[in-house]
Design a binder for this molecule. Structure first.
Ligand code: PLP
Length: 436
């Protein structure tokens, strides 16, 4: 497909410095495997799986074919009081993949919608069990949970909140888990489990019986890959159990092999009550989010409604879109057929070793990582974020695409990358970072 891009102006680009970008655009026109090609014909390594989406690499014809077949057979149906087979099959496959009894799946169109859905399911669940006073939510500093009003309210990144007023009421934040003594720790740091006690303090302050759910990314992704200290998630689980609070893992980045298992819940052996997912769910080929909940949550909400009545007044036009389901089913086939989650686990040590070899670059002040996900911090210049942006541009010109949040760089290669690909990425990264 060739579309002209004769003017860039009308597209108000998301999370982009529009004026800067439009003066000096970075356009991708093709992708295959772990590579993009720019409009100038340059090849760029995709060091962040698109945006943590393309775990199986780009240009997977199995997914494209499944989507094309689905679109010609049944392009669209709503799932309000009618349905079609792909969503039921996908829910069955996801229920088998998620831990323990998280066996019911609600579909959404994105990670943000999945988070909003989880907020509403938590409220509906408590209301159905006679605890409708639980309307508070706990999140964490440096959290990213998408950009709807719900996600913005949960957000712990200042830039994502400050322009938008008070947003949703009743949301309180725990401290983030970055600690100076954990700098340059590979995997889970030893220090910091006690930071989970912030949740207990909030229960003591507000009443645990007023809190509906605690939302965390098992590994805080967008903030720069903050790996949970050993014992931290376990303690959150314990405190939630003590107060009847639902624990929600936002696995929009962690899900589908990024941590070396299907979900970070498996890797860290802590089972939440709700898991939100998106991104690699379809390998990025179709927009889709999903929320998996424990049987008890589904049963409680459904059984509380009168016979024949709609139980949850929530849903999106694209909840369970047939083409998105087809993409997800094809992606799951690839993940399973190619053993990509186990491959991520096998590749992790070499990947993290390679990334941690950058610790001698003068601009680098910290490196963190787990599985096939790593982050590093750059010493800020006068304006926070300016150095990160400069690094992103220089890396792009040198042939490596990474995501930056402020002065933190994020690396999440497609799980099909080989040892040579990792070396190539880190060679470019080292070269650029040492000259920053
Ligand atoms: C943890 C987490 N939650 C939610 C989202 C929002 O997903 P989306 O951009 O698909 O709305 C993201 C996106 O990066 C994310 O990382």
């Amino acid at each position: 497909m060739h579309y002209p891009a004769n003017t860039l102006e009308p597209h108000w680009m998301p999370f982009t410095a529009n004026r800067d970008f439009k003066a000096e655009p970075r356009l991708f026109v093709r992708a295959e495997g772990i590579h993009y090609w720019t409009h100038r014909g340059d090849r760029v390594i995709d060091g962040v799986s698109g945006l943590f989406c393309c775990a199986a690499g780009h240009g997977r014809t199995e997914i494209a074919d499944a989507v094309a077949r689905q679109l010609t057979e049944l392009d669209y149906t709503s799932h309000f009081q009618v349905g079609s087979p792909p969503s039921f099959e996908l829910a069955r496959r996801l229920a088998a993949l998620t831990p323990e009894d998280l066996n019911h799946v609600f579909f959404a169109g994105s990670g943000s919608e999945a988070v909003d859905t989880a907020l509403k399911i938590a409220m509906a669940y408590h209301r159905a069990r006679g605890e409708g006073q639980r309307l508070r939510f706990v999140s964490r500093e440096r959290a990213y949970h998408g950009v709807t009003i719900g996600g913005t309210s949960l957000a712990g990144l200042m830039n994502n909140r400050q322009a938008f007023g008070a947003v949703m009421p009743g949301i309180v934040h725990m401290r983030h888990t970055w600690l100076p003594e954990n700098r340059f720790v590979k995997g889970q740091p030893e220090h910091g489990a006690e930071l989970a006690d912030d949740l207990q303090r909030l229960c003591d302050l507000l009443g645990g019986h007023t809190i509906a759910a605690c939302f965390v990314e098992p590994i805080a992704g967008s903030a720069g890959v903050l790996v949970p200290p050993r014992g931290y998630l376990e303690r959150l689980r314990q405190i939630c159990d003590g107060h009847g609070i639902l624990l929600v893992f936002d696995e929009v980045i962690c899900g589908f092999g990024r941590t070396g298992r299907a979900f970070a819940a498996d890797s860290f052996a802590v089972t939440p009550d709700i898991i939100t997912m998106a991104k690699a769910l379809t390998n990025g080929a179709q927009p889709m989010g999903a929320v998996a909940v424990r049987d008890a949550i589904y049963d409680t909400v459904v059984d509380a409604a009168p016979d024949g009545a709609i139980e949850l007044f929530h849903g999106h036009t694209y909840s369970g879109h047939p083409a998105a389901c087809a993409a997800a089913l094809a992606a799951l086939d690839i993940y399973e057929g190619e053993g990509l989650f186990a491959r991520a686990a096998d590749l992790s040590e070499a990947f993290l070793d390679a990334v941690f070899s950058l610790r001698d670059a003068p601009a680098v002040t910290d490196i963190r990582g787990y599985g096939m996900l790593a982050g590093f911090d750059l010493a800020p210049a006068d304006t926070p974020g300016a150095r990160g942006t400069e690094a992103m541009k220089r890396l792009f010109d040198a042939g490596l695409h990474l995501k930056f949040t402020g002065d933190s760089g994020l690396i999440a290669p497609p799980l099909v990358a080989g040892g040579d690909d990792i070396e190539a990425m880190v060679a470019i990264l080292g070269d650029v970072l040492r000259r920053l």
